[in-house]
Write a protein of this length. Structure first.
Length: 621
């Protein structure tokens, strides 16, 4: 327990939940890292597609970024209204389910689940990409670094919301401080030089143009750049994590996050144009991230450069924390409506929905392994889930305000948000479909099918176990008790004593092999069992000896129990299974597991009239 306390912190009682709530200062690193860190890979994703245009392509990043920022502002005002309307947490799943119906709600849930998994995978891989820019020799170890960071993030997040916020504050504000410094100083040089700043370290030479500008290319660039908008919904999904007044603190946190993101995206796009900085091939030799080029051009490669790259690495890797913060809350909300296993409703030692964390870690690890931890391979799958969730959430809010009445202004804001994000969803899906978005397009309906299957199962369980009638007390009689025994021991004695207390009708079942053990129950039956029972005036159990020429034990026992169940149609059958309980897990390897196997077979093949009862005998502790 002490090791667990060191790794994850001491268990928290339920009444400590209030102490785990946070304010805006901690809310920014917890819910804003995904959005803020996207400034490191969103512009680069767009610039990568502009490589074929050469130097001319860099000049298009500013108008494209302006379009993305306009969309971001629309989404910001829409989500402010969502927080007002849903002060207890208004994620896309909740809003769509309550206002648009079950199917749109599940569509939003599936899209968000995929988005959060991709958020974790892209954040970690982009962080490792920043590290490789500074230390190219680490490129062969990309996947190992990604998985190592994933393990570290898991350990940090399992300590609870408050500890996570404190741990992430320093890297978050260091990241913001260094990038703001670069943007401010770079902007000053650009203005002072009349738009022709002299870089401290010249960026790599841009290649010659190999293709002409087209509308299709611009749409593809726009859809890649939209990756910078993921994570905007996180605050509205996690309103309950904030201290009172929740809505006010949540809206303030969202406002700060969006304002910082606008400055970062606008500043990076403008300085890339001014310093003629373009993207390099992420799969080719000599890869260098856009931010690495920009910091080198403005500040050189001194201590500030390495501090900046270190903060970018940390924040990109830690940006996966947005998924860690919201994915468990999302799975809990879905599970509360019986569309995911109810294990997602359980809270762990630090008041977290721990099973949601475990599921996120497993899915993220699988994705990183599948795509080798390379950000550029993951980006085409990204943004679709986020924008589909945006669209459904804003559409749901339109219906919400319509039902309220006298809220035409609010309805207009969310309507514009729904239209803008809906069009963007179509653009992203169309432009990224062949590059990998088809995977997301297939996964979403697959998840919906799984959720429907889970819901059907819970409905069937509820239907079959529902009992509107009062307790039936007529016809009660002791069960027929069956006790499988191999040889006489303290273990079998405990099981047999309990059987005699349960019922006057007890059957002892013994499986005989070719060579019977001298210590067999049959050889001591009269002396050790039948005689003492007869003297006590109790019914002597029936001894059933079953021959097993093929040395099988479990199957003959199971068959016998089922035969007795069929023979006694109106009788409960209680199977008592005596078993040894050892002190250490490894000691189980020294004993056969027939008791566990028998219980499993009876549970699988039995029915409502067959009961299996454990009779444990503990080694002296």
């Amino acid at each position: 327990m002490k090791i667990l306390d060191v790794l994850f912190g001491k268990p928290l009682p339920s009444f400590d939940e209030r102490a785990e709530q946070i304010g805006p200062s901690a809310g920014i690193p917890i819910f804003g890292l995904d959005a803020l860190s996207s400034a490191a890979y969103g512009p680069e994703a767009a610039l990568t597609l502009l490589i074929p245009l050469g130097l001319a392509g860099v000049h298009y990043i500013v108008p494209i970024s302006a379009a993305i920022l306009a969309l971001l502002i629309i989404v910001y005002f829409s989500y402010r209204q969502t927080i007002d309307a849903y002060p207890h947490g208004g994620g896309s799943y909740t809003v769509a389910s309550e206002n648009l119906g079950r199917m749109p709600g599940l569509l939003a849930a599936a899209a968000l689940m995929i988005d959060y998994v991709l958020t974790a995978a892209v954040g970690i891989s982009a962080g490792v990409g920043a590290l490789i820019s500074a230390a190219p020799g680490l490129q062969p170890h990309t996947l190992a670094l990604c998985l190592g960071i994933l393990v570290l993030l898991t350990l940090i997040n399992l300590r609870g919301v408050r500890d996570t916020g404190v741990a992430f504050m320093i890297p978050t504000y260091l990241f913001l401080g260094t990038l703001m410094t670069v943007i401010a100083l770079g902007g000053w040089h650009a203005l002072a030089s009349g738009g022709h700043p002299h870089p401290v370290i010249a960026p790599p030479q841009l290649p010659a143009a190999t293709e002409a500008l087209s509308l299709w290319l611009l749409l593809r660039v726009f859809s890649s750049g939209c990756a910078a908008m993921t994570g905007v919904e996180a605050v509205s999904n996690g309103v309950m994590a904030f201290r009172e007044p929740r809505s006010k603190n949540a809206k303030l946190t969202l406002t700060i996050i969006i304002a910082l993101l606008i400055i970062l995206l606008a500043g990076i796009a403008w300085l890339c144009r001014e310093y003629s900085i373009g993207a390099t091939n992420p799969n080719g030799p000599g890869y260098e991230s856009v931010l690495s080029e920009l910091i080198s051009a403005v500040m050189g490669r001194g201590i500030f450069y390495y501090v900046s790259i270190g903060s970018i690495l940390l924040v990109l890797a830690l940006s996966a924390n947005t998924a860690f913060a919201d994915f468990p809350r999302l799975t809990r909300a879905i599970a509360s409506n019986n569309y995911l296993p109810r294990v997602f409703l359980l809270r762990g030692r630090r008041l977290l929905y721990s099973h949601g964390v475990y599921a996120l870690v497993g899915l993220t690890a699988a994705l990183l392994i599948l795509f080798g931890g390379v950000t550029d391979r993951l980006i085409p799958l990204y943004a679709i889930g986020a924008f589909l969730a945006f669209t459904l959430s804003q559409s749901g809010m339109v219906v919400h305000w319509y039902k309220k009445g006298n809220a035409h202004g609010r309805m207009l804001v969310n309507g514009i948000g729904a239209l803008a994000t809906g069009v963007t969803t179509c653009v992203v899906l169309a432009t990224k479909f062949e590059e990998g978005a088809w995977v997301t397009a297939l996964l979403i309906p697959l998840l919906i099918v799984i959720m429907f299957a889970v819901h059907r199962h819970y409905e069937r369980v509820a239907r079959e176990t529902a009992n509107p009638d009062p307790l039936r007390v007529a016809g009660l009689r002791p069960p027929l008790v069956i006790v499988p025994i191999d040889r006489w021991s303290k273990i079998s004695e405990k099981g047999l004593r309990f059987a005699l207390m349960l019922s006057p009708d007890v059957e002892i079942v013994h499986i005989e092999g070719e060579d019977e053990d001298p210590g067999s129950i049959c050889n001591v039956w009269e002396q050790m069992i039948a005689g003492p029972i007869r003297e006590a005036g109790l019914n002597v159990p029936h001894l059933e000896r079953i021959k097993s020429p093929y040395r099988l034990v479990i199957r003959p026992l199971t068959d016998y129990v089922l035969e007795q169940e069929a023979k006694h149609e109106n009788r409960q059958i209680a199977v008592l299974v005596p078993e040894l309980v050892v002190r250490h897990w490894w000691e189980n390897l020294l004993h056969n597991q027939r008791a566990n196997a028998l219980k499993l077979f009876l549970l699988l093949k039995g029915n409502q009239r067959v009961m299996v009862i454990n009779i444990p005998w503990y080694l002296n502790r």
